[in-house]
Design a protein around this ligand. Structure first.
Ligand SMILES: [Fe+2]
Length: 471
């Protein structure tokens, strides 16, 4: 491990903030669309105490930043997810767990790792869940952002739970997986019914434990990505990082019928790569088409907290065509510009979409995003929304206009930080006119650190939230 005095993930707008506040009647520039009613919430790391050893961006305690819109007004609040680990450390008054690039704390009586709940959010079956891929979800109350507690589906959850479950808006089902870094089965695949019951979990065979951050669904299939970012405890003995990219291993894409299991999964191989995030997948004739942000390699989680600066670390939008009849794989780049945090109109998740949205990576060694790209996947064209000089955003969530059937009729919503003014705002961009100025900018009365994934929950959904005191 290399000792560093300055960790870039604890500086600038990556630095944590201390206060949890609630602020009403926020200052608006522009006009909030009157039918934008609901709450945008974004998750991200915000270490409660100075970290032990090296800090990685993935380590910080989950903090939620929410902006609720109603009657043309906006209200902001931010709250930590009060996980067990957060409460134990708060009681102690200092950090107890070290992070992912430090040796595992096998002697920690409260567990080797802290479930930080810091990565993403999902609304499903009346529950709003904060997610972390190494453990169980946490239920969150809306609009208060209070933590109700761990959510284990009446103890039916037998695996970890990905930060990127997939909700099929047609059937209402939610597909998820959990991976196990060290012990077979290295992968579990589960389905939660439209009413919120965990119906089934099946093991899927993998040759070795891999970091599997995301997956994809189509109308009939689920697609797993067995990519060569591997866990190997033996490396620690050799003084190497626990998690490493192995370029000599292939990428494997496993296609399983949605309600199938390991006996009917089919694997497709392609050259080594890494994918944090999928945009979407769909079926077309004999093919399953997967669109995702592909990196040629990755140095994430290898000892140094400074992010990789090789071009291979930059994600670019790619399309894979996996032919179920011939077994062939065709892989093609859709853009040469690096971008990540892909999103679609999730009402059409698993079906062919015409549009996809990503956050454009700035030419910077840090993961900074200087604009949004809207792809027209039908013809390969794209348009870009620029945040402006010295302004950086993150993942944009697509918010559909209520009662529309037009795929791109809605808004893209993301937090933007202005490094010149040292202020944060929420920008609302018309998805049908993304090169234009935002239709509304909501000024946030405190800095919102860069983070990971967000979700939109409509006012109608919030009203239907199921009592969150249940396990
Ligand atoms: Fe993610």
């Amino acid at each position: 491990m290399i000792a560093t005095t300055v960790n870039p993930f604890l500086e600038g707008n990556f630095a944590q903030i201390g206060d949890e506040i609630t602020a009403d009647a926020l200052i608006l520039i522009g006009q909030l669309p009157p039918d934008l009613c609901g709450m945008f919430v974004r998750n991200g790391p915000n270490p409660q105490f100075p970290p032990i050893g090296q800090y990685h961006w993935f380590d910080g305690d989950g903090m939620l930043h929410g902006v609720q819109f109603s009657n043309g007004q906006a209200q902001y609040r931010n709250r930590y997810v009060r996980t067990e680990g957060f409460k134990i450390e708060r009681e102690a008054g200092h950090a107890i767990w070290s992070g992912l690039v430090e040796p595992s704390q096998t002697d920690n009586p409260n567990g080797s790792y802290k479930n930080t709940a810091n990565t993403a959010l999902v609304w499903h079956a009346g529950q709003f869940l904060a997610l972390w891929e190494g453990g169980a979800p946490h239920a969150i109350k809306l609009p208060s952002l209070e933590t109700a507690g761990l959510y284990t589906y009446n103890d039916k959850l037998v695996s970890a739970f990905t930060a990127h479950p997939k909700v099929d808006s047609v059937t209402g089902e939610m597909m998820f997986f959990g991976y196990s870094p060290f012990e077979p089965p290295y992968l579990h695949y589960g389905i939660v019914s439209a009413s919120g019951e965990l119906l089934r979990t099946v093991p899927i065979d993998l040759p070795i434990g891999v970091m599997m951050h995301d997956f994809a669904i189509t109308e009939h299939y689920t697609i797993f990505m067995d990519l060569p970012l591997t866990f190997n405890p033996a490396r620690l003995q050799r003084g190497e990082p626990l998690v490493m990219f192995e370029p000599e291993r292939p990428s494997r894409f496993g296609i399983v019928p949605r309600h199938g299991d390991n006996s009917n999964i089919r694997w497709f191989e392609s050259p080594a790569c890494y994918v944090f995030h999928t945009l979407n997948a769909y079926e077309e004739g004999d093919e399953v088409v997967l669109i995702a942000c592909r990196m040629g390699s990755t140095t994430v989680l290898v000892s140094e907290p400074t992010p990789g600066e090789t071009d291979g670390d930059k994600a670019r939008l790619y399309r894979w065509r996996l032919n179920l009849r011939t077994g062939s794989v065709r892989e093609e780049a859709l853009d040469s510009r690096p971008s990540d945090f892909p999103r679609v109109n999730e009402q059409q998740l698993g079906r062919a979409t015409r549009y996809g949205y990503t956050a454009r990576m700035a030419p910077d060694p840090m993961p900074l995003f200087d604009g949004l790209i809207k792809y027209d996947l039908s013809n390969g064209s794209s348009q870009t929304h620029e945040f402006g000089a010295g302004r950086y955003g993150g993942e944009a969530v697509f918010v559909p206009r209520p009662d529309t059937t037009v795929e791109d009729d809605g808004w893209l919503v993301t937090f933007v930080y202005d490094m010149n003014e040292e202020t944060s705002e929420l920008v609302v961009v018309n998805a049908q006119d993304i090169t234009a100025e935002p239709v509304a900018r909501v000024l946030i009365p405190q800095r919102v650190p860069y983070g990971f994934h967000g979700a939109w929950v409509s006012q109608e959904q919030i009203a239907k939230q199921v009592g969150t005191n249940k396990p």
